[in-house]
Design a protein around this ligand. Structure first.
Ligand SMILES: Cc1cc2nc3c(=O)[nH]c(=O)nc-3n(C[C@H](O)[C@H](O)[C@H](O)COP(=O)(O)O)c2cc1C
Length: 145
């Protein structure tokens, strides 16, 4: 198997309906499954939620990243899944995160108002590179906190 590292970036639309508790329960389930599967599969990355959109970076061996993306696309908790980038990389940007979760809080949104100026902090209006940089910066902030 080819173990070269790849990075995949996508965004999607949230299909989880209901109140904040319902959303939190679903996201808790997504993160628990992600962390178990991604640890098994040698995948690291981060998941952003903002304004009804998810954006996610997955990095790892191509075969397991593609298999995870296949499963993710089938998941009815989101839709309109748009692949933004799938590129070989020299090193991981999220070595310590089986799946970090960022951006849901007002604090994160406010702290990154600079990004918001160009995109409205809307993942659907960002490129793969911009999402990767945003998520990397947010997880570095989390690690420092
Ligand atoms: C926004 C979103 C992000 C997800 N990210 C991952 C992920 O990084 N890794 C993963 O294995 N599953 C992820 N999932 C969950 C998969 O869609 C699927 O439910 C899971 O892989 C099934 O795992 P299981 O067969 O072990 O229950 C994600 C789902 C959503 C909606």
């Amino acid at each position: 198997m080819n173990d070269d590292l790849f990075r995949l970036v996508y965004y999607s639309r949230n299909h989880i309906r209901g109140d904040a508790d319902t959303f939190d329960a679903h996201v808790g389930d997504i993160l628990a499954r992600s962390r178990t599967n991604n640890t098994r599969d040698g995948i690291t990355g981060a998941l952003l939620f903002n304004r009804g959109c998810f954006a996610q970076v997955l990095e790892g061996p191509l075969a397991t990243v593609e298999a995870a993306f296949e499963r993710i696309q089938q998941d009815e908790r989101h839709g309109d899944v748009s692949l933004l980038a799938l590129d070989p990389i020299a090193a991981r940007s999220f070595p310590n995160w089986a799946m970090g979760f960022v951006g849901a809080s007002d604090v994160d949104a406010g702290r990154f108002a600079g990004v918001g100026a160009s995109s409205g902090f809307d993942p659907s209006r960002l490129s793969g590179d911009e999402i990767h940089t945003l998520l990397r910066d947010l997880t570095i902030e989390e690690e420092a906190a």
